[in-house]
Ligand binder design. Structure first.
Ligand code: SAM
Length: 230
């Protein structure tokens, strides 16, 4: 992967960035996503935010080597603190981090959100708590994707501010739109997850030292998966 050829995962994230958006890619690492989008002419301006020095320097290098310093700003900052009002950001991507980390970045950075931005989120696990944060903060999930690349399943969640709405516990767990679409890759993911959860539950029951609440949680998830796949 580089600034010319994105992974399938980032390629699908890129597909949700509207033409002409002003993108803030938070946790940008090498800044491959904003650089690829500006090079392709999809967007004119972007911001790459990084909290760690080494990826921040990698982002600076990619932008400099591409000659895009005028269009892409690279900032060393924690989460949404990279965004300034004068940037006029209209889309924010947070990709390749745990869902809880993405949720915590959004929660800590609420003051930097105008509410008009499209959020394009690609969590590595922890999708349920992330969707819960979106629901509690007045976001509607407008698109969801699931893809399988290099033996991993990746979810992409696209959200925009909307009138308050309530998702059921199952929708928060599986994804409201993924659940509706029931794609072959979605069913394969949950067939695999069901086998793993059943093994985990059996091991926990044998160990006899696992808190009852944890056993109940896994049992509940197994029931949801069995219903989904019936
Ligand atoms: C695994 S990389 C993902 C890079 C790229 N977004 C992608 O999807 O390929 C995660 C990056 O997020 C950065 N990161 C983690 N927490 C962050 C935070 N609070 N603010 C900004 N960047 C953060 C890490 O330093 C790391 O470079």
């Amino acid at each position: 992967m580089n600034e010319h050829t994105l992974s399938m995962r980032l390629e699908r994230v890129a597909a949700h960035v509207p033409n002409g958006a002003r993108l803030a890619d938070i946790g940008s690492d090498h800044a491959y996503l904003p650089v690829a989008l500006v090079r392709r002419g999809v967007i004119d301006a972007a911001l790459a935010g990084e909290v760690a020095t080494t990826p921040f320097q990698a982002a600076e290098r990619t932008v400099r080597d591409s000659g895009l310093e005028q269009q892409i700003t690279v900032r060393l900052a924690d989460g949404l603190a990279a965004i300034e009002a004068r940037d006029g950001i209209t889309a924010i991507s947070l990709c390749g981090m745990g869902g809880e980390t993405i949720r915590d970045i959004l929660e800590a950075g609420k003051a930097h959100l105008s509410g008009a931005e499209r959020l394009i989120l690609q969590p590595n696990g922890g999708e349920q708590p992330l969707r819960l944060w979106l629901m509690r903060n007045g976001y509607r999930i407008v698109s969801e994707e699931l893809l399988h690349e290099n033996r991993f399943y990746y979810e992409i969640i696209v959200a925009e501010r909307a009138d308050p709405l309530v998702y059921t516990a199952e929708q928060l767990f599986f994804g409201p739109l993924l659940m509706q679409a029931r794609s072959p890759v979605f069913l394969a993911k949950w067939q695999r997850a069901l086998r793993l959860r059943q093994k985990t539950l059996a091991a926990f029951e044998r160990a006899q030292a696992v808190p009852e609440a944890k056993l109940q949680e896994i049992s509940q998830q197994i029931r949801w998966m069995l219903t989904l796949l019936a």
